[in-house]
Ligand binder design. Structure first.
Ligand code: AMP
Ligand code: MG
Length: 545
C-alpha cells in the first residue's frame, strides 16, 4: 500500500474536486482482483509502490496548471507521488471501467488496466484536471497483463503528447516521466523472447480521460440507467455550455453533446492530417469524447508521404489504422458511439445529424488547413477549386517522388515568389527526398507544380496586398519544422535507459517550439536517416509497451 502523508509540501495546494467518484457509482468491491465490474463507472484501486522512483523529465507549465510550484517538483515527495508510492489525503485513486471495439470487433470489458487516476481537481487557471499515472500497477481491469509500462513507451508518450500540444493539436498532456527502478518483462517483437526492460510511469493530465468505450460498455450490458447517468454527468462536468444552452430539454442537450463530440473529433482528424500524425491504434477505447489525442502507443509520423503508412506492426497486414484512413475510422468509431447512445434518444435522427456534422466539419477544416499549408487559406472563391486540386496533386507528387511531408512544406514556405530561375526552386527545397532516382523521375512534374503554386500565390498576394514576409509567417505557423520523429525518440530512449536524459530534455525543449527555426538544433529537423529504416522503434513499432 502507498503511504498516506499530509506533511508534504504540496498536500494543501492542490484544489481537489473529485466529481467522477463523488457523483458516479463505484465498484463496491475494494479488492484489487481482476474481474468483470458491473453497475459501476470505476473501481477504487491504489497504485502499487515501486522500488526507486526517479524523476526523468517534467513539463513545467502542466505542473503549474495543476498547482505544483517549482519547489514542489524538486521535493523528494514529488517522484514518490508520481511513482505511486504516496497518496495525498483526500485523493481517492481509481481505475475507470470501459469497453471498446478493437480492430473492428467488440472486445467486451477493457478498462484502465494500468492507468490509475490519482485525483481530479481545479487548476490554477480554473480549468479541470485529472492526474493519471500510466503504469502504476494492476487494477481490476488488468486482465492477464501486469499493469506496468516500459521506459520506451512511457518516454514516447511523454515526449509526443507535449509535442502535440505545442503543435496546436488537441491532446492529453504529460506532467512527468518517472523511472520506477524496477524491470518490466516484455517480448518486444512477439518472438517468444521476453526480456527485462526498465520500467517507467507517465503522469498524464487532461480534463477527463473518458473514451467512447466508457459509454459503449454500459449499453453492451443493457445497463441503460448507468449509461444515462454517465452521459448526463459528462455533459454537466465537461460540456457545461451545453447544459446552460438546453436547461430543460434533456434530449436536445444530449443531441448537442453528441454533435459536439463529432465536431471535435473532426477537428482532431484534420489536425492529425495537417501534421502527419498516425495514431496507430484507433480502437474505440482509444478515442476521447473530448476530442483529444489519447493513448500514445505505436504511433508514428508520415515521413516520405504515404497515405497507406501505419507504424503499427500488429496492423501491418490489414492496415486498418493507416494514415489516410484515419478520418474514415474516426467516423466508424463515432457510429459505434452513436449506437451506444441510442437508448438515450426517442429516435436516431439526432445521432444521424451529429454524424453528418462530422463529415461537414472534417471536410471544411481539412480543406482550410490544407490550403493554409500552401499559403492559400483565404483564396478567392473562384480559386478555391484550383487550390484544392493543387494540394491533392502536391501530395500525390510527394508520394510518387518520396518527399518528406514536413520538410517539403516547411521549405515551400521559404521559397521566394516569383521562383528562382532554372532549377533554383527545386534545389531550394533542399534535402527532403528519400530516393534520388524517384525525385529525378518526377523533377519535371515537381517543377510544373511549383510553377502553378507560385502563380496562385502571386495572384493571391497581389489581390490582398500580402507581403512575402506575411506569407512566410502564415505558412510557418501551420507547417512545423520539428516533429517527434520515431528515430529521435528512439535515440532519447537508448540514452535514458543508460541513465542519460540529456537528449530527452533537449528534444522536449526543441519540440516545445516546433514552428520556430532553432538553428542550433537544425539536425533534429532532418529526415529519417537510412540507418533507422529497419530498426524497431524507428519506423515500425509493435503494441508491446
Ligand atoms: P491499449 O492497446 O494500450 O489501448 O490497451 C488496451 C487495453 O489493454 C486497455 O484496457 C489497457 O488498460 C490494457 N493494457 C495494456 N497494457 C497493459 C498492461 N501492461 N497491464 C494491464 N493492462 C494493460
Ligand atoms: Mg488504450
Amino acid at each position: 500500500m502507498p503511504r498516506y502523508l499530509s506533511l508534504v509540501p504540496f498536500a494543501a495546494a492542490l484544489r481537489l474536486d473529485q466529481r467522477f467518484t463523488d457523483e458516479l457509482p463505484g465498484d463496491p468491491n475494494p479488492a484489487n482482483s481482476r474481474r468483470q465490474v458491473l453497475g459501476a463507472a470505476w473501481s477504487p484501486v491504489t497504485p502499487t509502490p515501486v522500488a526507486a522512483p526517479r524523476l526523468l523529465a517534467w513539463a513545467p507549465d502542466v505542473a503549474a496548471q495543476v498547482g505544483f510550484s517549482p519547489a514542489d517538483i524538486h521535493a523528494p515527495e514529488f517522484p514518490q507521488l508520481l511513482g505511486g508510492n504516496l497518496v495525498l489525503p483526500g485523493m481517492r485513486p481509481y481505475a475507470a471501467c470501459y469497453g471498446g471495439h478493437q480492430f473492428g470487433h467488440w472486445a467486451g470489458q477493457l478498462g484502465d488496466g494500468r492507468a490509475i487516476t490519482l485525483a481530479e481537481g481545479i487548476g490554477t487557471d480554473g480549468a479541470r484536471w485529472e492526474l493519471q499515472l500510466k503504469g502504476a500497477g494492476p487494477t481490476p481491469y488488468s486482465r492477464t497483463a501486469d499493469g506496468r509500462a516500459v521506459l520506451r513507451s512511457s518516454l514516447r508518450e511523454f515526449l509526443c503528447s507535449e509535442a502535440m500540444h505545442a503543435l496546436g493539436v488537441p491532446t492529453t498532456r504529460a506532467l512527468a516521466l518517472v523511472a520506477t527502478g524496477e524491470p518490466v518483462i516484455r517480448d518486444i517483437l512477439y518472438r517468444g523472447d521476453p526480456q527485462p526492460e526498465p520500467g517507467a510511469i507517465t503522469t498524464r493530465v487532461a480534463p477527463s480521460f473518458l473514451r467512447f468505450g466508457n459509454f459503449e460498455i454500459h449499453t453492451a450490458r443493457g445497463d441503460h440507467a448507468l449509461l444515462e447517468r454517465l452521459a448526463d454527468f459528462t455533459i454537466a462536468r465537461d460540456f457545461p455550455h451545453l447544459a446552460a444552452a438546453h436547461p430543460a430539454d434533456a434530449t436536445a442537450r444530449r443531441a448537442a453533446w453528441f454533435a459536439e463530440v463529432c465536431a471535435r473529433t473532426a477537428v482532431l482528424m484534420a489536425h492529425w492530417m495537417r501534421v502527419g500524425f498516425v495514431h496507430g491504434v484507433m480502437n474505440t477505447d482509444n478515442l476521447s469524447v473530448l476530442g483529444l489525442t489519447i493513448d500514445y502507443g505505436p504511433y508514428g509520423w508520415v515521413e516520405a508521404f504515404d497515405p497507406h503508412f501505419t507504424p503499427n506492426t500488429t496492423d501491418a497486414g490489414q492496415r486498418r489504422y493507416r494514415f489516410g484512413q484515419q478520418p474514415a475510422v474516426a467516423q466508424w468509431n463515432l457510429v459505434r458511439l452513436a449506437e451506444a447512445l441510442l437508448p438515450l434518444f426517442p429516435d436516431d435522427a439526432p445521432l444521424a445529424d451529429g454524424l453528418a456534422a462530422f463529415d461537414t466539419r472534417f471536410q471544411a477544416d481539412h480543406r482550410r488547413m490544407s490550403a493554409a499549408k500552401v499559403g492559400l487559406a483565404d483564396a478567392a472563391p473562384d480559386r478555391q477549386e484550383a487550390v484544392t486540386r493543387l494540394v491533392r496533386e502536391g501530395y500525390a507528387l510527394l508520394y510518387e517522388a518520396q518527399g518528406d511531408v514536413t520538410l517539403f512544406f516547411r521549405a515551400l514556405g521559404e521559397l521566394p515568389v516569383p521562383l528562382p530561375a532554372g532549377d533554383g526552386a527545386l534545389a531550394a527545397l533542399g534535402d527532403c527526398w528519400y530516393d534520388d532516382i524517384r525525385r529525378d523521375q518526377h523533377a519535371d512534374a515537381l517543377r510544373a507544380w511549383l510553377a502553378q503554386w507560385a502563380a496562385l500565390v502571386a495572384e493571391h498576394d497581389a489581390r490582398t496586398g500580402r507581403t512575402a514576409e506575411a506569407r512566410r509567417a502564415a505558412m510557418h505557423a501551420v507547417n512545423p519544422r520539428y516533429i517527434p520523429r520515431n528515430y529521435l525518440a528512439q535515440e532519447a530512449i537508448q540514452d535514458a535507459a543508460q541513465g542519460d536524459v540529456t537528449r530527452l530534455r533537449t528534444l522536449q525543449a526543441v519540440l516545445a517550439r516546433p514552428y520556430d527555426d532553432q538553428p542550433a538544433h537544425a539536425h533534429l529537423a532532418a529526415r529519417r536517416p537510412a540507418w533507422a529504416d529497419d530498426v524497431p522503434g524507428c519506423s515500425m513499432l509493435s503494441c508491446s509497451s
